[in-house]
Design a protein around this ligand. Structure first.
Ligand code: NAD
Length: 290
């Protein structure tokens, strides 16, 4: 069994849904958990200490160790307070699961700049801020595990979610670069793109999905990715309903010419669009252009 004894985990947005399930699973397997949740509505308005406290209490009642924290991941002060809560209660941070999220869906033409910024602030800035606040501790320890929460809506796009899709694809870039930079200090970062029945999706998914798409079926992958035995970093996985799959950003062989004109590109469009074989790194991409 993969255990987390003596590991300290911060789970953001753990008062409901996926984060709650991640927190319960890691605690059950021995981790000391900071249950963070701002406790607001689905659109990010409002705040309450209730949801984080409820989950932390449940963990404690079950014999585990947890503290509640209701700070906002999207502010530097909030992010530092979350990490400080881990240090104060448990002395260190080994694991950060950036899971907090909100929705402000609107079709592209109608979306306001406030709706765009609010969603990016929680998902992208929040993940960056909490990971960065924990980073010096992880570096000093020579160990760290980070999981960021992307979405199929970001990887593949989704109607009415320009803000959310931008944020969720942004997290792929954050994950890949943190994976590269963290490598020399034993820090691994990966991203998940989940599907689960939560308050975020219950109005969108068909009712028969509830039993199959449980949050627990996402948490199993999160637990694997934040375990010390996990060897991958900078990767992205879709996960839901019992299925896990690697998602990769890849580049085809393409087509090149020293006399690249718009017409030449149009004439060779088939080669530009070819999907095999794949280029998987920025360095390979550059080399293929030489
Ligand atoms: P949820 O609404 O149940 O959980 C999100 C939690 O984040 C809430 O408890 C909320 O209070 C908290 N939160 C929001 N803003 C916060 C902030 N600024 N600081 C701290 N906490 C904050 O929804 P969920 O489905 O469990 O979503 C969890 C994550 O998974 C989100 O990032 C979401 O975008 C992502 N996701 C979910 C699905 C799905 O199918 N449920 C699909 C793709 C991605």
């Amino acid at each position: 069994m993969l255990r987390f004894d003596d590991r300290v985990a911060i789970i953001t947005g753990a008062g409901h849904g996926l984060g709650r399930s991640h927190a319960l699973l890691l605690a059950e397997r021995g981790a000391k958990v900071v249950v963070n949740d701002l406790g607001g509505a689905l659109d990010g308005t409002g705040a309450s200490t209730g949801p984080a406290a409820e989950v932390a209490d449940l963990i404690t009642k079950n014999g585990g160790q947890a503290v509640a924290n209701a700070d906002d991941v999207a502010t530097p002060e909030g992010a530092h307070a979350i990490v400080q809560a881990a240090v104060d209660a448990f002395g260190k941070v080994d694991i950060v699961v950036n899971n907090a999220g909100i929705l402000r869906d609107k079709s592209f033409g109608k979306m306001t700049v406030e709706e765009f910024d609010a969603v990016l602030a929680v998902h992208v800035r929040g993940s960056y801020l909490v990971s960065q606040a924990a980073y010096p501790l992880m570096k000093a320890a020579g160990y760290g595990r980070v999981v960021n929460t992307s979405s199929p809506a970001g990887l593949f796009g989704n109607f009415g979610q320009a803000n959310y899709s931008t944020a969720k694809m942004g997290l792929v870039g954050l994950t890949k670069t943190l994976g590269i930079e963290g490598a020399r200090n034993g820090i691994k970062a990966n991203a998940i793109a989940p599907v689960a029945w939560t308050r975020m999706t219950e109005a969108l998914l068909p009712a028969e999905f509830e039993a199959k798409f449980t949050p627990e079926r996402v948490s199993a992958l999160v637990a694997y990715l934040v375990h010390e035995s996990c060897e991958v970093s900078g990767e992205v996985f879709t996960v839901g309903g019992g299925k896990v799959a690697r998602v990769f950003v890849a580049e085809g062989p393409g087509w090149k010419s020293d006399d690249l004109t718009p017409e030449a590109i149009a004439d060779n469009w088939g080669a530009v669009m070819t999907e095999q074989p794949y280029v998987l790194t920025a360095a390979d991409s550059m080399k293929s252009m030489l």
